[in-house]
Design a protein around this ligand. Structure first.
Ligand code: SAM
Length: 276
């Protein structure tokens, strides 16, 4: 018998992978969690039926959500990650030579456990000397910490359940206040092809609060439409300008990709212009 896992990316589009083994299925206090082994992408973590990460393409998302901001902020010593309970973003943050401390605040400790059990290449970051792992609501954590971080990375699930508020203007204002005077925010902002409304919320909200707001793109095969966006809010530094030129081994990110990622197709620019 063949077993397939399908993420319904829209009500009329499914993304299916052939499954060779079901490794975990559970309802956590926050969401439905599953880990399966797929023939095409290796192990895959899904939350509420939506692909979060896979062994084969995880590096694209994790390098691109982290390294653009890390390499354009001249001294990203103290970094906060909201969400990101698989540990992949933390891995990129703590291997950066200019980072002194990476704090990860994940609401669901079962995501962290699933990563420890099945994705050691991501979860190893939890045990790095520069890392701090907290199981808490990122929204409250940001509210309680003022003027503390050089960079805040919002590595959240889609705007459903506990992540809804992570796309709100009130939350971006709290992040602004949690950042130091020259701090930066980067948030995953979904697919410009399928999630126009999310981009309007994320880019629109960040643009109202931060003096500099820019959106960039990356190609991620297992995310809806394969084309993914990230939005940067910056108090001072232009995220397009590379300030750190050290040599970090990467599989997707490069100085050329850093610059190219900000060159946007016309249809994406149009979505952003709706926020003017
Ligand atoms: N790369 C992923 C993507 O875009 O599909 C996101 C990965 S990561 C697994 C997202 C995490 O955000 C989840 O583990 C979820 O539990 C966490 N999360 C959602 N809302 C949160 C909140 N309010 N505070 C902290 N973590 C939260």
């Amino acid at each position: 018998m063949e077993l397939w896992v399908t993420e319904y990316q829209t009500p009329s589009l499914g993304f299916s992978c052939k499954v060779s083994e079901t490794l975990r299925v559970e309802d956590t206090p926050f969401q439905h969690l599953s880990v399966v082994r797929t023939e095409q992408f290796g192990k895959m973590l899904l939350l509420d039926g939506m692909v979060q990460t896979t062994e084969l393409d995880e590096y694209i998302y994790h390098e691109m959500i982290s390294l653009i901001a890390l390499n354009s902020h001249p001294h990203p010593g103290n970094v906060l990650i909201i969400g990101g309970g698989d540990g992949g973003t933390l891995r990129e943050v703590v291997r950066h030579p200019l980072v002194e401390k990476g704090t990860l605040v994940e609401i669901d400790e079962r995501v962290v456990q699933a990563s420890r059990d099945f994705f050691p290449m991501l979860a190893a970051s939890f045990d790095e000397a520069k890392s701090e792992l907290l199981i808490a609501d990122g929204i409250e954590y940001v509210r309680d910490n003022k003027n503390s971080f050089d960079l805040v990375i919002v590595d959240s699930t889609e705007p459903v359940g506990p992540a809804v508020e992570l796309f709100s203007k009130g939350f971006y204002q709290d992040v602004f206040e949690a950042l130091k005077d020259d701090g930066m925010l980067v948030a995953q902002s979904e697919s410009p092809f399928f999630n126009e409304e999310v981009i309007k919320m994320a880019y629109g909200g960040i643009k109202e609060i931060f003096p500099i707001a820019k959106l960039y793109l990356a190609s991620i095969p297992t995310y809806p439409s394969g084309l993914w966006s990230f939005t940067v809010g910056s108090k001072n530094y232009d995220p397009e300008k590379i300030s750190f030129k050290g040599n970090m081994e990467c599989r997707y990110y490069s100085p050329e990709i850093h610059q190219a990622a900000f060159k946007l197709p016309a249809f994406t620019k149009k979505i952003m212009e709706m926020n003017k």
